[in-house]
Write a protein that binds this ligand. Structure first.
Ligand code: PLP
Length: 427
């Protein structure tokens, strides 16, 4: 459920027409609906109200400060995967005690930053990482709380690039090895405190069964670990709940809640969830202008001013994003590729899509672009990254300025003194 809709043949985000935003801010621009963000947070959190739980919004889905602040204001915690995301979350006013830190490649400086910031726990993905955390915590004279990210070998039935809980994926530690890891940590690492079990099986999951299968395995693991004298207080189920891009009918958070509450009621743990896409995906659209239309053989092309550098998902995963014209019209329908200006054949937002015929200068909204949209965007082809706008009721405000040409070369150095250059070459 989101607050984008047609009113009198004009497409609106809440009370503001998309055309008005395009006119005032320019295109391409990401447009988010605050009402939708709040609604999604509440729907997700209330689905688990029967059990102790903590929602840790997954920052990588959309890391704009204004969005993080919106969730922090609702009491949300955060799931981070880098020092940069920790910096953002703290800047947005996050409570460090509600931050969990995931990821297979945490660097020492990032680990130190997180320990000093007093985060809730590290989701550890290898025993080597655990040894590094132990050493750094010892040096800082602190205790670092940890969960091991277990790989439950469950098929999330989603795109292979976003499956993470299969044996062949790089994430987590297999269950048997994880048990040995907890015991080893308890006996050998003085500065880490195992307090949780973590798993995250993948993204854009549109069925309940993979979550139930993962829960069955992690629940068993919690019981085994408790039997071994390990004080497990948190069970982190990760993120992954899918959204509707096209015709998918993912389960409502309430159903997810119903499916896991019974199995965890008497487990004596606080559940942690790390939702990303389901919180922000349908709360955002990428608004773009048509630059040209052209025909090549039997093919129609609509060339727009947003490209794969702005929204990588279609190129990366072949994802479907609905495309809505800012003005509803009665033109005939054509089959067209909606493509960007980037010099790559993979630069498209839609392929062989049935759309109302459209002219240069018209504005389009690429829907469901709130998650993994701006956060995955780049400067490829030296294109300044898009502006971001938050709509709140009848008004809107810019939450990220459009980048300038000057921003593009920020930090670049042209001249290198000859002496220094000679040194670099020798090395
Ligand atoms: C990406 C990620 C998430 C969020 O996934 P969504 O599918 O967006 O909900 C949660 N946890 C971890 C560890 C992740 O890597």
């Amino acid at each position: 459920m989101h607050f984008f809709a047609y009113k009198n043949k004009r497409f609106y985000a809440e009370g503001v027409s998309i055309e008005k935003i395009a006119k005032e801010v320019g295109t391409p621009v990401y447009v988010y609906s605050k009402k939708t963000l709040l609604r999604h947070y509440k729907a997700f959190s209330s689905a688990f109200s029967a059990v102790p739980h903590l929602v840790c919004y997954s920052v990588k889905a959309n890391s704009n400060l204004a969005i993080l602040k919106t969730f922090a204001g609702q009491g949300s915690g955060f799931d981070i995967v880098s020092g940069g995301e920790l910096f953002r979350a703290l800047k947005a006013g996050a409570d460090a005690r509600k931050i969990v830190y995931s990821g297979v490649g945490k660097r020492s400086d990032e680990i130190e930053y997180a320990i000093k910031s007093n985060i809730l726990m590290f989701n550890v993905e290898s025993m080597e990482e655990m040894a590094v955390i132990d050493a750094i915590a010892g040096r800082l004279k602190k205790k670092a709380a940890i969960a091991i990210r277990v790989n439950p070998d469950v098929d999330p039935k989603t795109h292979p690039y976003i499956s993470t809980g299969l044996k062949k994926n790089k994430f987590g530690i297999e269950t048997e090895a994880a048990i040995r890891g907890y015991v080893y940590a308890k006996n050998n690492f003085k500065n880490v405190m195992p307090i949780g079990v973590d798993c995250h099986i993948g993204s854009q999951i549109t069925e309940i069964s993979p979550f139930v299968a993962a829960l069955k395995k992690t629940r068993e693991l919690v019981l085994t670990l408790k039997g071994l004298g390990i004080d497990v207080r948190y069970l982190d189920m990760g993120g992954g709940l899918g959204i509707t891009y096209d015709k998918e009918i993912p389960p409502h958070p309430t159903r997810y809640g119903e499916a896991v509450i019974e199995g965890t009621k008497r487990l004596g743990v606080t559940l942690i969830f790390e939702p990303g896409r389901v919180m922000v995906g349908n709360a955002g659209a990428l608004v773009t202008s048509v630059l040209y239309t052209k025909k090549s053989g039997a093919k129609n092309f609509i060339v727009v001013d947003a490209g794969m550098n702005d929204l990588a998902r279609p190129s990366l995963y072949g994802s479907y994003h609905a495309i809505k014209p800012a003005r509803e019209n009665n033109a005939e329908e054509i089959t067209a590729d909606v493509v960007g200006p980037i010099c790559e054949s993979g630069d498209f937002l839609a392929k062989d899509r049935l759309v109302k015929d459209i002219e240069a200068g018209e504005v389009l909204a690429v829907m469901s672009a709130g998650a993994y949209g701006f956060s995955m965007s780049s400067n490829y082809n030296s294109r300044p990254r898009a502006a971001e706008v938050m709509v709140d009721g009848a008004g809107f405000y810019t939450i990220r300025k459009r980048e300038t040409f000057k921003d593009l070369i920020n930090g670049e150095v042209v001249a290198v003194p000859t002496k220094k250059r000679a040194k670099t070459v020798k090395r």
